[in-house]
Design a protein around this ligand. Structure first.
Ligand code: 6K6
Length: 138
């Protein structure tokens, strides 16, 4: 199973270590096409790519994916855009959100019937949430 993981980059990198942890979990279920989202040094590594190259490459991976998992606690225009494209392409998409922070989740995500939203407090619960979602995608 090809899995597209989405997480904030220019929206803010405060959750990057959590993204790496989720990517580790996802790797137990299939191939994660976007492991770079969890890399601390992404900006320096990919600085050679133009915005168009990043956009086109990411959309090609998203098109190929069997499932999308997004961590949406840190709001990101790019993640929102990817979720919209995933819905348009009828990809199953799971949005992971930690309530209680500075910003409430967008109504466009929580209010969508075509997105699965899972709220969690403890990252230790992510394994069960992700496993249950991906089992249903198979
Ligand atoms: C070069 C310089 C700074 O950052 C880079 C590399 N940038 C990106 N590389 C790969 N994917 C990206 C990059 N920027 C955004 N994305 C995609 O959009 C990822 O798949 C993320 O899920 C999402 C993040 O969007 P923003 O708006 O938070 O950047």
């Amino acid at each position: 199973m090809d899995i597209y993981f989405a997480g904030s980059i220019r929206g803010g990198r405060s959750d990057v270590d959590l993204y790496a942890r989720i990517i580790d979990l996802l790797n137990g279920h299939g191939e994660v096409l976007t492991e770079h989202v969890g890399q601390q040094d992404l900006e320096t590594q990919e600085a050679a790519l133009s915005d168009r190259e990043i956009h086109d490459q990411d959309l090609a991976w998203l098109r190929r994916a069997d499932a999308v998992v997004a961590e949406v606690t840190v709001p990101s225009l790019g993640v929102g855009y990817e979720l919209g494209r995933a819905v348009a392409w009828e990809k199953p998409a799971l949005c992971l959100y930690r309530p209680g922070g500075e910003r409430d989740l967008s109504a466009m995500v929580r209010g969508s019937d075509e997105l699965t939203v899972a709220e969690y407090d403890d990252p230790a619960s992510l394994d069960a949430i992700v496993t249950s979602f991906l089992e249903e995608c198979r």
